[in-house]
Design a protein. Structure first.
Length: 234
């Protein structure tokens, strides 16, 4: 193991330790950073042709048994800022757990992010694939993102610059998500409606995080190696 200031580099790390499939061969370098600044400098120092894989919680990543001859950037524990900017706007780092964002929104009486509660990943992973559940998805809530490129520069990009569809996002160009700004809806009644909007009608058409998690618990296996659904919901 080599340690360079705030960067920890582990060589020949088994990726099976870092994916929910609990499978995958060795990665040449597995990199953990104590800060975004250190990470930016480290990435800028890499050769242009170095293959990079950013990793959240590895709940949607399958690495082949032959491993990965590049550098994995672990984002857990870095980019963890989570802040209420104004009444309905949240800034969240790519290293924030999706479930934490859901709880943060609920605490601040904001609707629209409940579906994140059961997604076992970080926001970087959710942004990369437009994660969603129960009719909600990531990108309709996003107004802008910050990205880090290979030169170690952080840029702000508008959501409109990205093209998203069911579990797919286009628009990243040799850059990775650092944060996202989310616009949500203020809760008017006791709960949010099923479509993520503030409830205005019957209280029967309501959901909350506990209900969503209970629904998930009976319909999906937990505690086993998987990456969740591998089919497209109708
Ligand atoms: C039991 C189970 C249930 C699940 N349920 C759902 C569900 O209901 N809905 C759903 O959408 N998904 C679901 N998933 C899949 C997965 O949890 C989500 O896709 C999640 O958003 C992935 O986040 P992650 O941090 O684990 O991503 P990872 O697996 O670490 O990464 C996924 C992809 O995103 C890229 N990436 C990660 N961070 C960044 C970044 N900062 N910038 C750019 N690219 C990045 C990676 O390179 C990789 O290509 C489930 C998985 C499991 C195991």
């Amino acid at each position: 193991m080599t340690k360079l200031s705030d960067i920890k580099i582990i060589e020949n790390e088994p990726m099976s330790k870092h994916t929910s499939w609990r499978a995958g061969g060795l990665v040449k370098r597995y990199v953990q950073s104590a800060s975004l600044t250190a990470l930016a400098s480290f990435i800028a120092s890499l050769p242009d042709n170095e293959e990079l894989l950013w990793l959240g919680l590895g709940s949607n990543t399958l690495v082949r048994d032959g491993g990965f001859n590049g550098t994995v950037i672990a984002t857990q524990g870095v980019m963890t800022q989570l802040e209420l900017i104004d009444e309905t706007t949240i800034y969240a780092g790519a290293g924030v757990a999706s479930a934490k964002l859901a709880r943060f929104c609920a605490k601040h009486d904001l609707c629209g992010a409940d579906f994140f509660a059961g997604i076992p990943g970080l926001l970087g992973g959710a942004l990369a694939m437009n994660a969603g559940a129960f009719g909600g998805e990531t990108w309709p809530l996003v107004t802008e993102v910050e990205t880090l490129n290979r030169r170690g520069e952080i840029n702000t990009r508008q959501a409109a610059e990205f093209e998203y569809a069911y579990r797919s996002v286009k628009g990243l160009n040799d850059e990775w998500f650092v944060s996202a700004t989310f616009k949500l809806t203020k809760k008017l009644k006791a709960r949010c409606s099923g479509d993520g909007q503030a409830a205005t009608g019957s209280e029967n058409n309501t959901v909350d995080i506990k209900q969503l998690l209970a629904k998930r618990a009976v319909s999906q296996p937990t505690g086993v190696a998987s990456c969740g659904s591998v089919f497209r919901n109708p």
